[in-house]
Design a protein around this ligand. Structure first.
Ligand code: LRH
Ligand code: MN
Ligand code: MN
Length: 388
C-alpha cells in the first residue's frame, strides 16, 4: 500500500521552475501574436512568475535566458525575485541568434567565433555568481545542413574543448547541464543530437556535468522514460525541460498532448529516487504560450506536472515489484494503470488546502485581478525572443 501522507509531503515539497520566456510574447516563424499586458522587462517577468507561485505554491524558481533577460545589475534582479518569494534558477546561454553563429558557435570552424561563444558562456557563469543560480544550461543550435559542409569529428573536438574551458570555470556548487536536440535549426547533422552525445561529454567533464532531457527534442516514438531511467541510474540526469509536442519541438503545455507519457517519465523519476533533493534533478518548464493566456497557461502546466507526479507517487511499488518478480505481466501492468487512472485532483485540492492555498489555482489567479492590472499598466510588452 502506498503511504498517502508521504505522497502529500512529496507533493508539498515539489519545486517546478518556470521559464522567463514563457511570460513574454512568442510565436512561430509565421507570426507572433502579441498579447496585452505582457512583461516589458525581466523584473516584470518575475512579477508574473510570482503570481504562478502564489497560486500553486510549488513554482518558486525562474530560469533566465541571456541575453533575452539581460539587465545591468543581476544582484538587483535576484533581490527582486527574493522579495517575491522566488529564486533565480538556471541561466540559459544563447549562442544561436547572432550572424556570427551562422556556421555554429562553440563548434564553428573559425576560432574567433568559438572564442566569442565561449566568452558568452563564461559571462553566463559570472551571472550565476551574481544571481546565486546553480545551473548553467547549455543548448547549442550548432550543426550542419549539408553532407560535407564540415567535419563531424572536428566539431566534436571543438565542442569538448569549449565545454571543458567552461566547466573549469564553475564554482564548487555550480553545475553545467547540457541539453540535446535531434535536429533544428540544423537539418543534416546536429552536434549534440541525443542523450548519448550529451552523456559522453558530461562523463569526460566531471560529476557536475549532467544531461538535460527536453521532452520535445526526440524523434517521434522515442521511449523517453528509458532515457530518464538510464540517466538516473548513472547519476547524470540534471534537469528536465518539460513541454508537450505532437510533431517536432512544439513547446506546448506539458502533459497536454500525452499525459500518459508524462506519467511514465515521472514514474521512472519516482522509482529511481529522482524526487529526492540530493539527486538535484531540476524540473523546469520550457514552453511558449503563443495563442493562450500566458500566466494561466503556466499555472495549468504546473498543475499538469503536479497531477502526473501525484499519480507516479501513487504507484504501489511493492505490488509492482511482486508482480514483476512473479513474471505476472498483466498484473504488473495493472498496478501501473491503477495509479495512472486514479483521479488525483481531490488529493491535490486537499494538499493545497493544507498548505493554506486555494484548492483551485486557476480560480485563485483569476480572483487576484492581476490580469486586468497588467493589461492596464503595461504598454509595449517584449517578445520572448523565441519564434521571433
Ligand atoms: C531549444 C530549446 C532550448 C532553448 C529554448 C528556448 O529548442 O529547447 O532549451 O534554450 O528552447
Ligand atoms: Mn529546451
Ligand atoms: Mn526546444
Amino acid at each position: 500500500m502506498t503511504d498517502l501522507s508521504a505522497v502529500k509531503t512529496a507533493l508539498k515539497s515539489q519545486e517546478i521552475e518556470t521559464p522567463s520566456w514563457g511570460y513574454g510574447n512568442s510565436g512561430t516563424r509565421f507570426k507572433v501574436f502579441a498579447q496585452p499586458g505582457v512583461p516589458r522587462d525581466p523584473f516584470e517577468k518575475l512579477d508574473d512568475a510570482a503570481q504562478v507561485h502564489a497560486a500553486t505554491g510549488v513554482a518558486p524558481l525562474v530560469s533566465l535566458h541571456i541575453p533575452w533577460d539581460a539587465v545591468d545589475d543581476y544582484a538587483e534582479l535576484a533581490a527582486h525575485a527574493k522579495e517575491r518569494g522566488l529564486r533565480l534558477g538556471a541561466i540559459n546561454a544563447n549562442t544561436f541568434q547572432e550572424d556570427d553563429y551562422k556556421l555554429g558557435s562553440v563548434t564553428h570552424p573559425d576560432p574567433k567565433v568559438r572564442r566569442k561563444a565561449v566568452d558568452h558562456l563564461l559571462e553566463c557563469v559570472d551571472i550565476m555568481d551574481a544571481t546565486g543560480s546553480r545551473d548553467l544550461k547549455l543548448w547549442f543550435a550548432d550543426g550542419t545542413n549539408y553532407p560535407g559542409q564540415d567535419d563531424i569529428t572536428a566539431r566534436q573536438e571543438r565542442l569538448a574543448e569549449a565545454l571543458s574551458e567552461v566547466y573549469a570555470r564553475l564554482g564548487e556548487d555550480q553545475r553545467m547541464v547540457l541539453e540535446y536536440k535531434l535536429f533544428e535549426p540544423a537539418f543534416y547533422t546536429t552536434d549534440v543530437p541525443d542523450w548519448g552525445t550529451s552523456y559522453a561529454h558530461c562523463l569526460k567533464l566531471g560529476p557536475r556535468a549532467k544531461v538535460v532531457v527536453d521532452t520535445g527534442h526526440h524523434a517521434p516514438g522515442t521511449n523517453i522514460e528509458f532515457i530518464v531511467a538510464f540517466l538516473l541510474r548513472e547519476g547524470r540526469l540534471g534537469a528536465f525541460d518539460f513541454n508537450s509536442r505532437f510533431y517536432a519541438d512544439d513547446d506546448l503545455m506539458v502533459g497536454s498532448a500525452d499525459p500518459f507519457q508524462l506519467f511514465r517519465i515521472l514514474h521512472e523519476v519516482a522509482k529511481n529516487g529522482g524526487f529526492e533533493k540530493e539527486q538535484e534533478v531540476a524540473f523546469m518548464l520550457d514552453q511558449c504560450h503563443n495563442i493562450e493566456a500566458k500566466i494561466p497557461a503556466v499555472i495549468r502546466s504546473v498543475m499538469n506536472v503536479q497531477e502526473a507526479t501525484a499519480k507516479a507517487l501513487l504507484v504501489d511499488l511493492d505490488a509492482l515489484r511482486a508482480a514483476q518478480a512473479a513474471g505476472d505481466v498483466l498484473g504488473a501492468n495493472a498496478v501501473l494503470m491503477d495509479a495512472y487512472n486514479t483521479d488525483v485532483r481531490p488529493l491535490l485540492r486537499e494538499v493545497r488546502e493544507e498548505q493554506g492555498l486555494d484548492p483551485d489555482p486557476l480560480a485563485a489567479y483569476a480572483a487576484t485581478g492581476w490580469q486586468d492590472h497588467i493589461v492596464a499598466t503595461r504598454v509595449g510588452g517584449t517578445q520572448a525572443g523565441w519564434g521571433a
